[in-house]
Each structure stands twice: as C-alpha cells, then as structure tokens.
Design a protein. Structure first.
Length: 274
C-alpha cells in the first residue's frame, strides 16, 4: 500500500518548551518558529516533507509514459503508410515480374481446375454423343439397319440421316463392325465400290482404299460384283443390285472427354451401281 504523507513532528526544539503548555499553545509556538526559519515556504508544504521527496519519481514516470505513447503513435503511422503503399508496390512488381503474383493464386487455380474436371466428368455422363439407336465408337456414331436395300439406296438412306455408308479406317473399327455382324448374323453393305473404274476401289467419301480386310480369295469380281459387303470373317465383293442390311456412320457430338468429330470429306457421286 502506498505510504501516506503524514506531517512529521519536529526533531527537536531550539527553545525549551514550558512543560505546562497546552497543545494549542505548543502548536502556535512551533509554527512561529518555522515561519521565522523559512518565511516564503507555505505551511502546507512544510508539513508534507515525505511528498516532496517523491516529486522527481512521479515526474520521471510521467515522462516515460509520454515517450511510450509517442513511440506507439509513430509505429501506427508507419504501419498505416505501409498498408497504403503495399497494393501499389505489388502492382509494380507484378508488371515487372508476373510470377510474383502467380504464387498466391496457385491454390485458387488448383481448386478451380478440380472443379472444372468434376464438371467435365459430370457432363460426360449426362451428354449423349450419338442419337438414339446409334452406337458410339472412337468418336463416331453407327446405325445398323433393320431393313434391306440395294447398295445405292443404302448410300441415300445414310445421307438422309446426315451420315455416310460406313468407311473402315483401321483394324479396331473392323473388329467393332465384325462383332455386330457375328451377333446378328446379317451381312451388310459398307461404303466401298469399284463401279467407276474396275479394280480401283474407292470409298463413298472418294478416298482410296489403303487398308483392306478381304475374305480369302476375294475380291473375285464374279458376275460383275462392284460393291462390298461385310461378313463376320471379312469382306466380299457382291453385285450392287442385291438387297442387304447396311451400316451408316457419322461423327459424334462434342462431349467432354470424347474425341472430336472427324473432318468431312467430299462424297462420291451416286451414279453407277443400282
């Protein structure tokens, strides 16, 4: 507890005090003697010598508090200036070195990428790349007929559906078509013919035959056979006037995760075989 300032009693008396004085008389005598020693000092201060000795300490504490307050104020001003100049500095550094601003955005970009991947997967499941009753394979859609037509009529039927009589481009596609033939046991027309020039086989898109899957001993051109049918074990040349099932092909729709549509080619004229 802080020490209270209590007036001190005089250490001694320069003059002898009569023992018979009352307290009031003794106080008047002491005050008179103190006034004679220091007439300019107020009586209240002379009665509080303990408080006078603490004045330098209080003043020092006041100065320290004021200094700390000023230091805190200066610090706050500096922090405010830094906050105001930071956006401009980041913009300047970003214009000089774009990589500076890329790092804080890395986690956000990764999160966006994950969301896009999830959305693409969802759209892939919802999107149907081919019309109903068409089968999808390697970026194309295939329609397998339930009726029989001549080769030329089959070409026209496919064109009416914005498709073409099937063109076999690789071994995987050939296996896919043969699998359908094996399941259904239905020989079908494909888009290959040599009716314009005997022995020079071309597809309905006017491309030349580069890869073939003929049955053993075919083509033999027996009885003016200028069109080609698909069997479960390969190709066979056949008269174009025969009526067979047929297979149409067209590019699939654009769905996430699927191959894009094939480039269209110029169709072959339909004059010739019936």
């Amino acid at each position: 507890m802080a020490e209270m300032c209590v007036p001190k009693e005089p250490d001694g008396l320069d003059e002898a005090e009569p023992p018979f004085w009352h307290d009031e008389e003794r106080e008047v005598f002491q005050n008179k003697r103190s006034a004679e020693k220091d007439p300019g000092l107020p009586r209240i201060l002379r009665s509080l010598p303990g408080c006078l000795t603490r004045a330098p300490l209080l003043l020092m504490l006041l100065l320290i508090s004021l200094g700390l307050f000023m230091l805190m104020l200066i610090t706050l001003v500096q922090v405010s200036r830094i906050q105001q100049s930071l956006p401009r500095e980041m913009e300047h550094q970003g214009s000089c070195n774009p990589g500076v601003l890329q790092e804080p955005m890395k986690s956000d970009l990764e999160e966006i990428h994950q969301q896009l991947a999830w959305m693409n997967a969802t759209l892939t499941g919802l999107c149907r790349p081919c019309p109903w009753n068409w089968d999808f394979f390697q970026g194309n859609c295939y329609a397998f007929s339930q009726t029989q037509r001549t080769w030329k009529s089959s070409v026209s039927a496919c064109q009416d559906m914005n498709a073409k009589l099937v063109v076999v481009n690789n071994a995987e596609e050939q296996k896919f078509l043969q699998f359908w033939n094996i399941r259904n046991d239905k020989p079908a027309w494909i888009g290959l013919t040599d009716h314009h020039n005997e022995g020079s086989w071309k597809w309905v898109d006017n491309s030349s035959l580069l890869l073939s899957f003929w049955k053993q001993g075919e083509p033999n051109n027996q009885g003016d056979e200028d069109c080609v049918e698909l069997y479960n074990d390969g190709w066979n040349d056949k008269k174009c006037s025969a009526e067979l099932f047929w297979i149409c092909e067209k590019p699939s729709g654009l769905c996430p995760g699927l191959r894009g549509p094939l480039s269209p080619t110029q169709p072959m004229p339909l004059d010739g075989p019936q």
